[in-house]
Write a protein that binds this ligand. Structure first.
Ligand SMILES: Cc1cc2nc3c(=O)[nH]c(=O)nc-3n(C[C@H](O)[C@H](O)[C@H](O)COP(=O)(O)OP(=O)(O)OC[C@H]3O[C@@H](n4cnc5c(N)ncnc54)[C@H](O)[C@@H]3O)c2cc1C
Length: 436
């Protein structure tokens, strides 16, 4: 601990699925009793749980209503919030370096700063991996932040506005999505839901067939990380909706409204890139161990290898078992949630000079929501070592419970209950699609 501070300074970088839950637990357990100073730093003013982003694109979810203000939340939960993006670290003086903060015109609000820590937790997530393919950044939408999802949503609405004014009966709006993992698959279904709503709102000429989604995947099937039976069911639902699925197809370059593949070009009005993730590039320049996608290599106490006072959790962390055939902990909200809980225990134990515990990932299965059309999943029963395929209402309930679990971690039981009631009322009184 530093000599100048009486209380240990715990700094959490990144207020996403993992970091915000961790700040809440530590704020309640250590901040409230003044055993430690907890600070959370994030470049944004508000938090939106990332698995909701495809719903933001389609307009099924209103960011304004669902986002959480870091400042207000920190005041209620006994941690301090600072706005900014980490860009470097000074390991010797135990400080992180925060990039200058700019406003939306690019004007500087705050100069580069340094923030002290005694214990540091890196929880800054991951973003789309373009695999070095030319044109991804310029021509494709990605779903890396609420802002990007909002931008895509507006382009989607504008494209249908044009369509309703000038389209001929045989025309359609074509959206091509690269990557048929959970994000690409869920987004495809969500877009058809949005078009059906536009038709219900009476937007001229728009109907289900006005949308043509093409889903492109390099692997032999969609949802390559999930069980085949689940993927087959999802494929059937998507095909029934009208999605064209092209598997074993690689995209080699991207031009304006064009995907270039070895078999030819695919033209589309809007292009989306959802083909894998990587951690922020600057992580591989810090002098800390990283893997080929910039994730920080951690041990079972969730510390970065070789560092006694730096932890990493969530998508920016790489943890694999001792056996080489074991799969690494996956980059999911489920894993970030579990890591946040163990990391909190280990930080508290370290402060109290008690032994730390090893992180053990508990895979509860996977769920895929195909908007209002279908929800599918395989739930892993750790007790009986069984794998249950679920669909329909039960799967939908399990899917919704993932977000409720995150809300519970952030707000506790009573407030989550009020939020739930509020969203039920909002559903009754608001249009089913955000049209702005
Ligand atoms: C569209 C979509 C759907 C998904 N669906 C599911 C699902 O159904 N189930 C599931 O389990 N997972 C799902 N995921 C994955 C899940 O969202 C992530 O695994 C999870 O959010 C990771 O949590 P995290 O805390 O590591 O990172 P994030 O939740 O991404 O949070 C990272 C935080 O770090 C901040 N940050 C970034 N850079 C910096 C910096 N330099 N300095 C300071 N702060 C920084 C960001 O602003 C952000 O707040 C989905 C992801 C997407 C994109």
């Amino acid at each position: 601990m530093t000599a100048t501070s009486q209380r240990p300074k715990i700094l959490i970088v990144g207020g996403g699925a993992g970091g915000l839950e961790l700040a809440t637990i530590l704020g309640q357990k250590l901040g409230k009793t003044k055993q430690a100073d907890i600070t959370l730093i994030d470049p944004h003013r508000v938090h939106l749980w990332k698995p909701l982003l495809h719903e933001v694109v389609a307009g099924s979810l209103d960011t304004g209503a669902e986002a959480l203000s870091y400042r207000a939340h920190s005041a209620e939960n006994h941690y301090y919030f600072r706005m900014g993006a980490m860009q470097g670290i000074d390991l010797e003086s135990k400080q992180i370096i925060v990039a200058p903060l700019l406003d939306h015109h690019g004007k500087q609000i705050l100069a580069e700063r340094r923030v002290d820590y005694d214990m540091l937790v890196m929880a800054l997530g991951a973003h789309s991996n373009d695999f070095g393919i030319a044109g991804v950044k310029t021509h494709c939408f990605t779903l890396d932040s609420a802002q990007e999802a909002e931008d895509f949503h507006l382009s989607f609405l504008n494209r249908f506005l044009q369509f309703s004014e000038v389209a001929k009966p045989e025309d359609s709006v074509h959206i091509a999505i690269v990557g048929a993992g959970a994000t690409g698959v869920e987004l495809s279904a969500e877009l058809y839901n949005a078009v059906d709503r536009l038709e219900q709102f009476g937007v001229d000429k728009v109907h289900h067939q006005s949308l043509q989604v093409t889903l492109i995947e390099a692997a032999p099937r969609i949802l390559p990380a999930l069980p085949e039976a689940l993927a087959l069911k999802a494929q059937k639902t998507l095909s029934d909706l009208g999605v064209s699925i092209a598997t074993q197809k690689t995209v080699s370059a991207i031009e304006a409204q064009t995907l270039v593949t070895p078999e030819g070009e695919i033209k589309a009005d809007l292009l989306v890139w959802a083909a894998g993730i990587k951690a922020p590039a600057f992580l591989s320049t810090l002098g800390l161990p990283t893997n080929r996608i910039n994730q920080l290599e951690i041990d079972f106490s969730l510390r970065v290898k070789g560092q006694s006072d730096i932890f990493a959790i969530g998508d920016c962390a790489f943890l694999v078992g001792e056996n080489t055939d074991e799969r690494p902990v996956p980059p999911t909200a489920q894993a970030a949630h579990q890591m946040a809980a163990t990391c909190a225990k280990n930080i508290i134990a370290t402060i109290n000079h008690q032994p730390n515990q090893d992180f053990k990932y508990c895979d509860h299965g996977a769920l895929v929501s195909l908007s209002r059309f279908q929800t599918l999943g395989n739930l892993l029963d750790q007790l009986f070592n069984k794998n249950w395929m679920v669909e329909g209402k039960l799967a939908h309930w399990a899917y919704a419970s993932l977000y409720r679990q995150h809300q519970l971690a952030l707000h506790g039981y009573w407030k989550t209950l009020w939020i739930l009631l509020g969203s039920v009322i909002a559903k009754r009184i608001k249009p089913k699609l955000k049209l702005y």
